[in-house]
Design a protein around this ligand. Structure first.
Ligand SMILES: O=C(O)CCC(=O)C(=O)O
Ligand SMILES: [Fe+2]
Length: 354
């Protein structure tokens, strides 16, 4: 049986480099008609052992929050408490009736799909690993930092602080509605997150999970938590995203018109552990059509003058002492770039008592 352990006749790094330099991505591999996946994509047995989500119909699913009538005070209070409950217990929720028309959502997914479906000659021109600004298209952003590669390619676009064409940004992000609700859910003022610049740095990623001929040997994206403040996610109808809940994995079933929102590590820390940054993953796509998702990561753009961040002072009390120590931006970046998505998060490093 194939394993992810290096053998004498196999230089993994060499194979990884060859794949990267071919610039064909997993979409190119998939389109070439291969029936077995290259060894660099094969994950360790413990990752592959539990790829199935909990599937009984009594198993819970992430909360769906209806944002209609958000501007009526009565509804707003209800919505805030639903958001708080979801961010605290699940770290994930889906919003519907958010005011973004379906055609914008559809055309966003379609645009990303069209990009990934372009011929190799066109797409490969964009293939690069230079991060930080503008546009980056590559397979597995953490390709050189993980033990096994995943079955997806991504197009990454930095939207802010350096602005890109904002036409396609869902209205909800522009209005920062979710940031206000999350802020109020912690008992803070609606505008607090905005003041702290929690949504001023945005990076949009359009993932493509092409058909995988051996979905039992790899994953679409490895289990991880998102490092930033909040993530907004739009998925197409194919499915495959799973969220850790209790001991098991729960599938986030595609909801037409739904937008998925999840808490990142940074928000778990500043909320002093109130909101949870929860592990999630995507299984390899066994459907012949590529699965497309569009993700927008929100990060803060301005650090406190002290250069440190930690739980907000408003959220620390005798009853609820700080769960995390302060950390610097450098620590945050070092942690992110020194590892793949599959290793320890900043959360574990700075937890008090660790
Ligand atoms: O494609 C998805 O559904 C999830 C992607 C994801 O978790 C990420 O990009 O951090
Ligand atoms: Fe994620």
């Amino acid at each position: 049986m194939a394993t992810a352990t290096p053998t004498l006749d196999y230089d993994r790094m060499e194979e990884v480099k060859k794949f990267d330099e071919s610039k064909m991505g997993v979409k190119g591999l998939s389109d070439s008609g291969i029936t077995s996946i290259p060894k660099i994509f094969i994950h360790a047995p413990d990752t592959l052992a539990d790829l199935k989500p909990n599937s009984s119909h009594t198993s819970p699913s992430i909360p769906i929050i209806d944002l209609s009538n958000i501007y009526s005070n009565h509804h707003r209070e209800q919505i805030i408490s639903q958001v708080k409950e979801a961010a605290t217990n699940w770290g994930f929720f889906q919003v519907i009736n958010h005011g973004i028309c379906q055609s914008v959502l559809d055309s966003t997914l379609k645009a990303i799909k069209s990009f990934h479906e372009q011929p190799h000659e066109v797409k490969s021109k964009y293939y690069t690993r230079k991060e930080g600004s503008g546009v980056m298209y590559a397979s597995n952003n953490d390709l050189y930092r993980t033990k096994a590669a995943c079955w997806h390619d991504s197009l990454q676009m930095w939207m802010a602080p350096v602005p890109l064409n904002t036409e396609e940004i869902p209205e909800i992000c522009r209005k920062e509605v979710v940031m206000e609700l999350l802020s109020e859910g912690l008992g803070l003022e609606a505008g607090k997150f905005k003041e702290l610049t929690f949504s001023d740095s945005r990076c949009m990623v359009g993932h493509c999970y092409p058909y995988c001929p051996q979905p039992n040997l790899t994953v679409g994206i490895t289990a991880h938590t998102d490092p930033g403040v909040v993530t907004l996610l739009l998925q197409d109808e194919i499915g495959g995203l799973q969220v850790k809940h209790g001991d098991g994995w729960v599938e986030v079933k595609p909801v037409h018109g739904g937008l998925i929102i999840n808490v990142g590590d940074f928000l778990q820390i500043v909320s002093n552990g109130e909101y949870k940054s929860v592990q999630h993953r995507v299984v390899a796509n066994s459907c012949k059509k590529p699965r497309i998702s569009v993700v927008e990561f929100f990060n803060l753009s301005r650090w406190r003058e002290s250069g440190c961040y930690g739980p907000l002072p408003e959220l620390i009390s005798n009853e609820k002492p700080a769960m995390y120590r302060d950390f610097t931006m450098q620590e945050c970046l070092d942690n992110f770039y020194s590892k793949g998505l599959d290793s320890k998060s900043l959360l574990d490093k700075i937890k008090i008592g660790n």
